[in-house]
Write a protein that binds this ligand. Structure first.
Ligand SMILES: [Zn+2]
Length: 419
């Protein structure tokens, strides 16, 4: 259709008005048909997103640090979910000693700098000259300054904290301040041996400021290291079907998180995956082949899984075909599966796309390790390191990755039991 010019203008107005007023049939069409899921789809969606909902519910509680009221609330939530899915539950408590900072600081000229005492250092208050140690505090760096009877300040990095503190002690320092090599705070540092002097960590920003001031004029500070070992009670949540005293498989993951992190990926994701596998098999004979466990205090040193294997009889452990551990499975596309060779072979058959990595993860830092140490075959499900790890930003996961992990876990569990 071609149109004469002057006529064009009023015609254009008319056409535009019609277009604007008429809703685009196809879009509406799509919305009405495409977005009105059927009842079956709605239930599937809900089921599919139940794991994601569990992650959000756990995240919304705040950081789930072992031994805190928030973490107890999380264990109650998890227990309720298992019961709703038709499982019996019990709480396995255990106690361990944990280093906790009850408020350490540096003070100078009336200003206070927040600090964190290092595990393995001595509590105490002292005052002294602050001496900046060059580089990263190797033995040689301490020969360039005099820290005798003074408080040494040294940067994080390159060598272990323990080596820096040992060098400072050898050089006669009465205390050590380690500042982060990033602007933010140095929340918890661990020394692999016990020292008789106080050692605290501060943020990179505060460290840089202090170093600059020591270069302008001698600086005296008050150091208060207020870290102590306290007894903590952890709570493993164990779910099982009535009468199942000897499962073939343990399926688990930890639910605690570190200080300051809501732990969506580490490890509400693994907790939710294990819970959802239990839901999905709850009405099938498979439910009686496993115990489903949410371990506590993994972040403090695998205390929950260690307490479980230590409380189990050798008979119980020897009858296990395997332990499947899920940790950090909600971020990163690639699902990594590691563990005992016979089980990783089986996993590869079930999930050819899965990326395997060898048995060395058996002594890795997650809840499968105490089982492996007792000779139980293990499989470790993990999606790799990510930027929000152990930070306040670990707030969300990808529901698609959760569902993919659930399906893979389910398929391998079935295969393992029937193997
Ligand atoms: Zn973890």
């Amino acid at each position: 259709m071609s149109v004469r010019p002057q006529t064009k203008s009023w015609l254009k107005v008319v056409l535009t008005t019609i277009l604007l007023l008429t809703p685009t049939a196809c879009a509406v069409q799509n919305i009405t048909t495409a977005q009105q899921p059927t009842v079956k789809q709605r239930t599937q969606n809900q089921t599919d997103n139940q794991a994601y909902t569990d992650v959000q519910n756990l995240v919304n509680m705040g950081p789930r640090v072992a031994g805190t009221p928030t973490n107890e609330k999380a264990s109650t939530y998890i227990e309720q979910q298992y019961r709703q899915a038709g499982y019996r539950t019990r709480i396995q408590t255990f106690t361990y000693s944990k280093f906790r900072d009850a408020g350490s600081s540096l003070a100078l000229d009336g200003t206070t700098i927040k600090a964190n005492a290092f595990r393995g250092s001595a509590p105490g208050k002292l005052s002294g000259k602050l001496v900046a140690v060059p580089n990263f505090g190797r033995a040689n760096d301490f020969t360039k300054v005099n820290v005798e009877g003074a408080i040494a300040i040294v940067k994080r990095g390159e060598i272990r904290f323990t080596e820096k503190v040992q060098n400072a002690t050898n050089a006669g320092a009465i205390g050590v301040v380690i500042f982060n090599n990033k602007p933010d705070s140095l929340s918890s540092g661990t020394l692999t041996q016990t020292f008789k002097i106080p050692v605290v960590g501060i943020s990179g920003d505060d460290g840089d400021t202090l170093i600059t001031r020591t270069q302008i004029a001698p600086l005296n500070i008050d150091l208060n290291a207020n870290g102590r070992n306290v007894d903590v009670t952890g709570r493993n949540v164990i779910a099982y079907q009535e009468g199942v005293t000897q499962p073939q498989v343990i399926i688990g993951g930890h639910y605690d998180s570190v200080e300051g992190s809501p732990g969506a990926n580490d490890n509400a994701s693994g907790t939710a995956v294990v819970l959802d596998i239990a839901r999905k098999v709850s009405q099938t004979p498979l439910a009686r082949q496993a115990w489903f466990i949410a371990f506590d205090a993994e972040e403090d040193g695998l205390h929950g899984s260690r307490a479980f294997v230590n409380a189990a009889t050798p008979q119980f452990l020897s009858e296990l075909k395997g332990m499947m551990n899920f940790d950090m499975v909600g971020v990163n596309n690639k699902l990594l599966i590691g563990g005992s060779s016979e089980l990783t072979k089986l996993a590869k058959v079930v999930q050819p796309q899965a990326q395997l990595y060898g048995a060395n993860c058996a002594n890795g830092a997650s809840d499968h390790a105490p089982f492996a140490a007792k000779g139980v075959p293990i499989l470790f499900f993990y999606r790799g390191m990510e930027a929000n790890y152990h930070t306040p930003n670990d707030k969300t996961v990808d529901p698609k990755l959760l569902n993919e992990t659930i399906q893979t876990g389910l398929d391998i569990f079935k295969r393992l039991v029937n193997n």
